[in-house]
Design a binder for this molecule. Sequence first.
Ligand SMILES: [Fe+2]
Length: 282
Amino acid sequence: MAIHFENIKEFIGSRVSWDSRDDIFTPEAAAAIRAKVEERTVVVFPQIDLSDEEQLRITDLMGGKVRLTARNNVQSNDQDVYQVTLDEKINPQPEYVLGTFFWHMDGITVDMPPPFATLLSCRIAPDKGGETEFASTYAAYEGLPEEEKQAIEGLKAVHSVRASLSPIADAIPEKHRDKVLGIGLVKEHPIVWTHESGRKSMVIGTTADHIVGMEIPAGRAMLIRLQEWAAQPAFSLRHKWSKGDFVIWDNTGAMHRAIPYDKSTGRMMHRTSIAGSEKVAA
Ligand SMILES: [Fe+2]
């Protein structure tokens, strides 16, 4: 198999190269890529220029696609490909995309195990802004001082879309604000996720509203401190998109966010998701 991986930073990121493009689309390659996603959190395929059909093929080979967001595709003819764009002609709910300017995990407020991975293909790269940042919550947990690990052990946080959109709530037109804020479920998750592998990550981000059994201000302060800890440069990676770039990341061990960008940039990403097999467990 002629695909190669090269680390990007010490604790996060791997860049893929290949001899022949066809080498990517085999079950062996998919298994190697999946293992690399688990090991390095973020895997980057520079300018590979996938079609939707090819992206779905990789998604399925790596573990099976799952549909996270209701269909609103106009340009894509596949319901399993979600178009991430601020263009209201394509995405009638741009507020949901504006919420991605803040650290979050995908699929935390739905009634299924969080997706294992998110896959994004860049169709239109913005000139200004629109980079995606990733923060490894495996590396961040590992790097916490021992007493802080103990302090968060056994704690649970309450997650909602309402919490994740609270920074932009007053920018949502009033006529559909309640509907947008009410998307998804209110879910309780342990802050420390002990995976079947035995490794531990953290389930944090702006969906986390408060900590069960703690005073709201103290709980929120703790959640924000954990976010800031995970986002420090040692544990995080910023990807500047070129057209055709394809990135896969471990959604069960990372938060992500987009650097703010303007609708006029035309930024367009095609997203698929790989189903998760593990519920969040303490
Ligand atoms: Fe996201």
